[in-house]
Ligand binder design. Sequence first.
Ligand SMILES: Nc1nc2c(c(=O)[nH]1)N[C@H]1C(S)=C(S)[C@@H](COP(=O)(O)OP(=O)(O)OC[C@H]3O[C@@H](n4cnc5c(=O)[nH]c(N)nc54)[C@H](O)[C@@H]3O)O[C@H]1N2
Ligand SMILES: Nc1nc2c(c(=O)[nH]1)N[C@H]1C(S)=C(S)[C@@H](COP(=O)(O)OP(=O)(O)OC[C@H]3O[C@@H](n4cnc5c(=O)[nH]c(N)nc54)[C@H](O)[C@@H]3O)O[C@H]1N2
Ligand code: SF4
Ligand SMILES: [Mo]
Length: 740
Amino acid sequence: MANREVVYTTCKSCHGGCGVKVTKEDGVIVKIEGNDKSLTGGTMCAKGLSSIQHIDNPYRIKYPMKQVGKKGEGKWKRISWDEALDTVAAKMKAAIADPGPQSIAISQGTGRGYNRYTMRMARSLGTGNAITPGYVCHSPRLGLYALVTGYGRLYCDYHGWGGVFPKTQIMWAKQLEISSADSEMCYWFMNSLDYVKNLIIIDPRASAYASRANLWIQPRPGTDSALALGMMNVIMEEELWDKDFVENWTYGFEELREHVKEWTPEKVSNTCWIPKEDVITAARMWAIDTPGTIQVGSSLERQANCGHTLRAITCLMGLAGNIEAPGSMISWVLPDTGLIEDFNLELPITDEMKKNIIGGDRFKMGATRTCNPDAMVKRILEGKSPIKVWFSVGGQQIVHMANTKEVVKAIEMVDFMSHTDLFMGPMAEAADIVLPAAHWLELDDVYDMHPRFFIEAHNKVVDPPGEARSDAWIFNEVGKRVVPDKWWNDDYEMLDYQLRRGKGKDGESALTWKDFSEKLISGCYGPDQVYYKYKTDFWKEGGGFPTPSGQFEFKSQHLESLGYPGLPQFAEPGESPVSTPDLYKEYPIVMSSGYRQPFYFLGQYRNIPWLRSFMEFPTCQLHPETAKLYDVEDGDIVWIESPRGRIRQKLRTFPGIKKGVLMATANCFYPEEPAKGYHGVFISNPNVLTSNNHLDPMYGSPDLTCLLCKVYKAKDEELTESVFHTEEYGFVPSSGMQDV
Ligand SMILES: Nc1nc2c(c(=O)[nH]1)N[C@H]1C(S)=C(S)[C@@H](COP(=O)(O)OP(=O)(O)OC[C@H]3O[C@@H](n4cnc5c(=O)[nH]c(N)nc54)[C@H](O)[C@@H]3O)O[C@H]1N2
Ligand SMILES: Nc1nc2c(c(=O)[nH]1)N[C@H]1C(S)=C(S)[C@@H](COP(=O)(O)OP(=O)(O)OC[C@H]3O[C@@H](n4cnc5c(=O)[nH]c(N)nc54)[C@H](O)[C@@H]3O)O[C@H]1N2
Ligand code: SF4
Ligand SMILES: [Mo]
């Protein structure tokens, strides 16, 4: 009889959070399924369920290695952990001594639960030059929500804990059912649809719920702030705003009212290429059928007017009084452990660090705690590299930043880079040293990716392959070699420290990692959540918001003091039919990139056979009539070209996409393509096409989801790369890594 064992843990194959039940037989994982007693009720997606193929995968990095050829050549030699860590630490110490700690960059990818280690590492070394994709993903909304309400984390209350579900739900540039399948949202969102009266989708492309929506608006990509301003104008004209909330709890209403007057439904219609009736209907639904929620998608943050778009949408929330009411937008009360993020926030960012943040002089909202990655690339290319040592953990900057050609060139110019990852990919190939990271089934840690109302435990199920180690262990080992007073003797001490404020089993003692690991979750949910905090002393004695005026701020004096307009504005994308009409003649299609796929997570999982089998090539979408206009057909491999270069993707004609608009799959490379050429990063990745020249004035975000392109069929002789000719998707690792 096999020895069976069940372990409960938490998935993070995406941003994470689904409760998982794992069954092992004789120490080998035989089944992965949802934990029906967890907050996510036993639901899991294809990515998490395919984890058996993640942990036993030929692309896994198993040992520390150093590059022995030129960067990007894929010539690697196995080294010991001591050699790897000592080399990284020595490089950091030398950089701290000369020219100073600001010359160290610490980077990460999108949140995978280890973010707080990245930020603590940066602060403990004394550098403000942390690099994250936050400026195109989530940071603008958190910053803007904070500006208006004083509290940065506003979430949709899909839960019904206040006795009410949202009556109107807007899905604004968001395909929640795919992109937030995790514990963040989807489970509760699906349930809340039983109670919704108006579901409004604002998306140039039909997402899964468009067919169920009462109203589906298809704006031209990059024009959403005009739509939000126009909806506010209708609300003002028809006097539909929430009188009590506006009168008693807001600042700057009259100025906003005057400001949005020019945004008539006709003007919005001309700007966004939508019927003017859509603006009026959406505004009425939103303001009359309250409470309501707006789920914002990050396509709006991958645009150079993102600051004002998010501000306009936030003002729209306040106009309808959809703040802090049950079934509206709410800031959650945290678990009793507080924000595990305090682990990095407790190390203050000093004036000296701030002064040296790259891009800090230009992007006064975005580059305050992290640097602006595009400004950094430009500085390196100018030959004045401010970065001597780059400690990269997760994250594929080569793939995910605008203008791939420039990014590759800049990264190759950095003196020393290490990269920590589970799999070989473009960033690892560009590194001098690679450190092998453990999968979530192979580590113990606190899951705190979205510090909302709960934290969960990642419990180790099996040992990592070879000498792979958890990110927490790796950060701590590097940290204690360079700044020992800010790090711990071992990573379990560090876990205990992070949980120190939590209540233990007896309700008195501090929560330890061991207790928490058994408990699996600590949270504040159900009747323990608090609504209408601004009507109580929660934020301010006597009530109010934690803003400078104590009110919900339609107009921002803080922005004005930084030299930005205090009221939300519209601006055309850097390249668009309106801003660059000549370019539009040559590149006559408006392009967006993104639209998450259920079986990939950004650039990840094209090396997972089960997941790759759903979609061999990245696809792009065009309306059948647009496709006909440019002589391309469903199933063609097409060239998509912009002034910066061209890529190939497979065309899917789709009547659900706006005519004249192309949507491309983002974040693509091919693990099976050779290391040289960074695993095919130039074959299909839309960032070969995007520009890093036109950036949001507040956040520094480039136009990744609104630019211009042309499209034409690729000839057979142009499909030379192996990816176009593999029968079995070529799962053979190209750089022979696993044999070292
Ligand atoms: N399965 C899976 N889940 C993921 C990810 C993944 O890769 N795979 N990625 C994760 C990450 S890092 C993020 S940031 C989130 C992103 O998740 P979402 O915010 O949902 O982002 P997308 O799916 O890229 O885009 C959402 C929708 O925006 C539309 N859109 C594009 N441009 C515009 C525009 O200009 N205006 C409007 N109104 N709509 C537009 C697209 O057509 C698309 O349907 O998902 C996360 N979750
Ligand atoms: N054109 C265009 N560009 C975009 C976007 C777009 O829609 N269009 N989206 C933008 C957005 S929203 C984002 S967030 C970025 C995403 O950017 P990234 O986060 O860079 O995306 P990934 O491709 O998922 O890269 C993550 C890397 O981290 C590794 N990894 C995963 N989990 C762990 C872990 O636990 N530990 C360690 N050490 N490594 C791990 C993975 O193997 C992978 O190599 O891309 C941005 N760029
Ligand atoms: S949604 Fe995310 S957390 Fe949930 S199973 Fe899928 S990958 Fe894992
Ligand atoms: Mo993201």
